[in-house]
Design a protein around this ligand. Structure first.
Ligand SMILES: [Ca+2]
Ligand SMILES: [Ca+2]
Length: 243
C-alpha cells in the first residue's frame, strides 16, 4: 500500500511513481474493461511500503533511448529499463534471458547448465520444465511446482451437485503450441497405470500475456468410502515436435 503521485502514459503503459513502492508500470490493454494490469515494477524504496511521502515521486519515460528516469526523494535519480517479455517467447529467447552468450556457446556446459535436461539450480525441475512453467532456471523455483488441491466443484453450476474433485494448478505458456500440459493420475504407485483424466476448470490471466495460471480438475469426483481411496497426481509436459 502506498500513495500514488505523478503518472505518465507512454506507448501503451502507465508509468506511476508511487512513493514507497517505487515505480509501477501498468498496461492499458484492458482499460476498456476497467482493468489496469501491473506488468513491471522497481521498488526504489525497499525499506518499507508505508503510507508516507518517501520514495519515488516522479518518473520520465519519454527518452528515445528508452531509459526511464525515476526521481526518488531519498535516493536521488534512478535509471531503469523496461524489458517486455514477448507474447510468444520461445525456448531460444527464454535461454537468452537467463544464460549469457558465453555460457550458451560452451557445449561443455550443456549437460550441467543450459541443456534441456540440466538442472543447474538443483530444484528438481530440469530446464525444459522451468521453461514450460515459466520459472527461473538459476533460482530454486519451488513456488512454480504444480499445486495439488481438493475442491468442492459443481460441474453443472448447481449447488446440490457439488462434489470433491482433485485439482492441479500451475502456470502454463499460452502460445507455444508444441507444448502439451497433461495432468495424469493413478490410484496406486505399485504397477501404476497413469491415465490422463483431468479437464480445465479455471484459467486466471496473468500480467505479461505469455503465461496463464490454469487449474485442472479430475474428470470424476473423488469417492468417499472405505477403504480410503488414494490418488497420485503428476503433471506431464510433452513437447510434440522437436525444438
Ligand atoms: Ca531447475
Ligand atoms: Ca528454478
Amino acid at each position: 500500500m502506498s500513495i500514488d503521485h505523478n503518472l505518465y502514459i507512454h506507448d501503451g503503459f502507465v508509468y506511476a511513481a508511487n512513493y514507497t513502492t517505487g515505480l509501477r508500470v501498468l498496461s492499458v490493454d484492458a482499460i476498456g474493461e476497467g482493468k489496469l494490469g501491473e506488468v513491471a515494477w522497481v521498488d526504489t524504496h525497499p525499506a518499507d511500503d508505508e503510507l508516507s511521502f518517501k520514495g519515488a515521486w516522479s518518473v520520465y519515460p519519454f527518452f528515445e533511448s528508452e531509459t526511464i528516469v525515476i526521481s526518488d526523494i531519498n535516493e536521488g535519480l534512478i535509471l531503469a529499463r523496461l524489458t517486455v517479455r514477448e507474447y510468444d517467447e520461445d525456448l531460444t529467447q527464454w535461454r537468452e534471458r537467463y544464460f549469457s552468450p558465453e555460457t550458451l556457446a560452451n557445449p561443455a556446459l550443456e549437460n550441467t547448465i543450459w541443456g534441456l535436461e540440466a538442472d543447474p539450480d538443483d530444484d528438481g525441475m530440469n530446464n525444459f520444465l522451468e521453461f514450460a512453467l515459466d520459472s527461473n532456471p538459476s533460482v530454486k523455483s519451488f513456488g512454480a511446482y504444480p499445486k495439488f488441491g481438493i475442491e468442492n466443484i459443481s460441474p453443472d453450476g448447481s449447488e446440490e451437485a457439488e462434489s470433491a474433485y482433485a485439482t492441479l494448478s500451475f502456470r502454463q505458456r499460452k502460445s507455444i503450441d508444441y507444448l502439451r500440459y497433461e495432468p495424469v493420475s493413478t490410484k496406486s504407485l505399485q504397477n501404476p497405470a497413469w491415465v490422463s483424466n483431468f479437464v480445465v476448470h479455471e484459467i486466471e490471466e496473468l500480467p505479461g500475456e505469455s503465461v496463464e495460471r490454469v487449474t485442472y480438475r479430475s474428470l470424476e469426483p473423488l469417492q468417499d468410502g472405505s477403504p480410503l481411496q488414494s490418488l497420485f497426481v503428476r503433471l506431464r509436459v510433452v513437447k510434440t515436435e522437436p525444438f
